[in-house]
Design a protein around this ligand. Sequence first.
Ligand SMILES: Cc1ncc(COP(=O)(O)O)c(C=O)c1O
Ligand SMILES: [Zn+2]
Length: 427
Amino acid sequence: MKQTKTGPVASSTLDTLRCRLCGTVTEAGPFHVCEECFGPLEVDYDLEGLHGTLSPELIRSRPTNLWRYRELLPIERDPEGGHAVGWTPLLPAPRLGDALGIEDLWIKADSSNHPTQSFKDRVVAIALQRAHEFGISVVGCASTGNLANSVAAQAASAGLEAWIFIPEDLEPEKVVATGVHGARLVRIKGVYDDVNRLCAEVADRFGWGIVNVNLRPYYAEGSKTVGFEIVEQLGWSLPANVVAPMAGGSLITKLEKSFKELEKVGLVAESRTPRLFGTQASGCAPIVNALHAGESRVQPVRKPDTIARSLAIGNPADGPFALRSMLDSGGWGEAVSDDEIVEGIRLLASLEGVFTETAGGVVVAGAARLAREGRFAKGGPTVLCITGNGLKTPNAARATFELGEPIDPRLSEVVRLAEAGQQEPVG
Ligand SMILES: Cc1ncc(COP(=O)(O)O)c(C=O)c1O
Ligand SMILES: [Zn+2]
């Protein structure tokens, strides 16, 4: 498809994309880069036109999936798939809140998203719908794991061919949960940034819909539904603080956009600015490093070294925008060690019954640090975005408990264990 510029004019429909840097408007299509300045392209909506047309009652009357916010999503036709994606639980987390010293703490549990247990199911649903609208029949992605799972699964149910590109050293669970769906799985000798670069060439050469490359403007908008749901589940009120993981840095920028859009269309009354907090693993923390150094440029990390593979993006596409989201909202960012990540996974599972992958451990551990530093605004809910499922990174959690030797099936054996644990058997 050829990109056509229409100049820096006002645009307000899904027929066009707008450059986030220079404002140039181009005709909508599977494009993500401005031909004038190489800046990233973004979807443009007529939010003023929507003001007053959406009400809590209207949205409540719709099915509990991410399409309930469809006027604020970049789709033109009735969705073909994704009818079980989104509307994940928002859980009160008082026990974790006590442990971390955070009042009114909540967990947004995308660890139970459908179909592949991560927030990537949202972005993929939008990208595949848009691919369908553009008449694209082969889709793909460059992935740190969760995206691979979701593109493979959703392409399978949509009957699309999928080509998935991953770094060669991904966790075996994420490899299996991709391959099982019948996708073409290509392992690349290199880090995520090598995979991503290759995918940009693949998209150009073959015209496929690479969801996080040439379909990225649409794909990225799917992350807004995390924010829309948090606000709706809090009774159409804005949280005081939100903590998110950062890899490419897209999710945190889209949380900010989601809150602003709900205000613009009149779905929330109060005009609080939720503080946005980004967290990374210290073995790959290009965005947090820039934040702490007071830089607006993000220096790439060449060789990420962390158990949080899903966040191991050394050269984050949305890094500078993520920095702005944190600073403009009055938030902050923190990076945590692998040991802290494991402790974060343990705390969330043992206090709230939610088993998250390493990315969720980063969020919990990051929130612990931010709480100690007194960064959170008081007087409203604090929401931790738990974006992935612990069954995908079981090795990280293995050290959180001791597994005893097997015993013979005799009551005396249990009595022995109970006595060793200084517990009196009852009765
Ligand atoms: C579980 C999980 N959480 C968070 C992220 C980060 O998202 P973003 O790239 O939008 O910063 C990823 C990205 O791969 C992920 O897999
Ligand atoms: Zn531009």
